[in-house]
Design a protein around this ligand. Structure first.
Ligand code: FAD
Length: 256
C-alpha cells in the first residue's frame, strides 16, 4: 500500500511533466488573467500549461480588497462569469459583487477542466530566447528560486508565452534586462505602473494586453506595468477581459 501511493504520485507527476515539456502556450502566473487565458486557450484545443510559484493558484483574487473576500466586477465582464457559471449579485449601477473564494476556485476548476495543466510551487526564472523570439520558459521549484540555491533549472518550449505575473511583470523585465531588445512600449522598455485611476486603468488593462515582443504576450496587471498604465483598485473585470483578449490574440496568431 505504502509503495503504491508513492509510486502513483511519482509516476503520474513525471508523466504530466514529460507530456508538457513542449506546449503551445506557457502561462506564467495563475492570477485571474492567466487562468481565464488558460481556460479559453485549452478549450480551443491548445496545449496549455500554467506555472504558479505559490502553493495555490489564484493570485490576488482570493483576498478581495484588504482581505474582505468580496470582488466587484463591472457589467462588461458578466458574459465570462455566465459562461463559467460563477454566481454574482447586482450591487449598484453597472457593478456586481461576487464571493472571491467561489470565483477563484471556479476559475481554477474551469481552466483545469478545459485541459490546462497547472504546475504550482514552480517559478519561471527566465525565458528561452531563440532567433530573436521568446520560445519557452526556464523553470525551477519556487523554494529553490527563493532561497537562491545553486540548482540548475529545466526548460519548457512554447510557441507563445504569457506574462501574467501581476504588478511585477517579471517576465517582461527579465527579457528586457538580459537581451538588449526593444519591447512594444513607448520607450521600448518596461514603463512601470502608475498610481490609481480606476476607470482609466480598467480600459488600459485591456488595451495594453498584447504581444510585446515576438512570442511574449502580457495580461492583467502585467499589461499595465509594462506599458505604464494606472493601477485600478480592487475591481477585477479588466483582469478577466484581459485574459480572454490575450487568449484570442494567441489563438489567432497560432492558427495563421
Ligand atoms: C501590492 C499589491 C497591490 C495591488 N494593487 C491592486 C490594484 O491597484 N488594483 C487591482 O485591481 N488589484 C490590485 N492588486 C490585486 C491583484 O493582484 C490584482 O487585481 C489581480 O489579482 C491581478 O491579476 P493578474 O491576473 O494580473 O495576476 P495576479 O493576481 O497578480 O497573479 C499573478 C500570479 O503570478 C505569480 N507569479 C509572479 N511571478 C511569477 C514567476 N516568476 N513564476 C511563477 N509565478 C509567478 C504570483 O504568485 C501570482 O499568483 C494588488 C495586489 C498587490 C499584491
Amino acid at each position: 500500500m505504502e509503495q503504491i501511493v508513492s509510486v502513483g504520485i511519482v509516476d503520474s507527476y513525471f508523466k504530466k511533466l514529460k507530456e508538457n515539456l513542449t506546449v503551445d502556450v506557457a502561462i506564467v502566473g495563475g492570477g485571474p488573467s492567466g487562468m481565464v487565458a488558460a481556460y479559453y486557450l485549452a478549450r480551443q484545443g491548445f496545449k496549455v500549461s500554467v506555472y504558479e510559484r505559490k502553493l495555490a493558484p489564484g493570485g490576488g483574487m482570493w483576498g478581495g480588497a484588504m482581505m474582505f473576500n468580496e470582488i466587484v466586477i463591472q457589467k462588461e465582464a458578466l458574459p465570462i462569469l455566465d459562461e463559467l457559471n460563477i454566481s454574482y449579485k447586482h450591487y449598484d449601477k453597472d457593478y456586481y459583487t461576487l464571493d472571491s473564494v467561489h470565483a477563484t476556485s471556479a476559475l481554477i476548476y474551469h481552466a483545469t477542466q478545459a485541459g490546462a495543466t497547472f504546475f504550482n510551487c514552480t517559478s519561471v526564472e527566465d525565458v528561452v530566447f531563440l532567433d530573436n523570439k521568446v520560445s519557452g520558459v526556464v523553470l525551477n521549484w519556487a523554494p529553490v528560486h527563493r532561497e537562491k540555491m545553486h540548482v540548475d533549472p529545466l526548460v519548457i518550449m512554447a510557441k507563445a508565452v504569457i506574462d501574467g505575473t501581476g504588478h511585477d511583470c517579471d517576465i517582461a523585465r527579465i527579457l528586457e534586462r538580459k537581451n538588449n531588445i526593444q519591447l512594444l512600449t513607448a520607450s521600448g522598455k518596461v514603463e512601470g505602473e502608475r498610481s490609481l485611476s480606476i476607470d482609466e486603468a480598467e480600459r488600459t488593462t485591456i488595451e495594453n494586453t498584447k504581444e510585446i515582443y515576438p512570442g511574449l504576450y502580457v495580461s492583467g496587471m502585467a499589461s499595465n506595468g509594462v506599458s505604464g498604465g494606472f493601477r485600478m483598485g480592487p475591481i477585477f473585470g479588466g483582469m478577466l477581459l484581459s485574459g480572454k483578449k490575450v487568449a484570442n490574440l494567441i489563438a489567432d496568431n497560432l492558427n495563421k
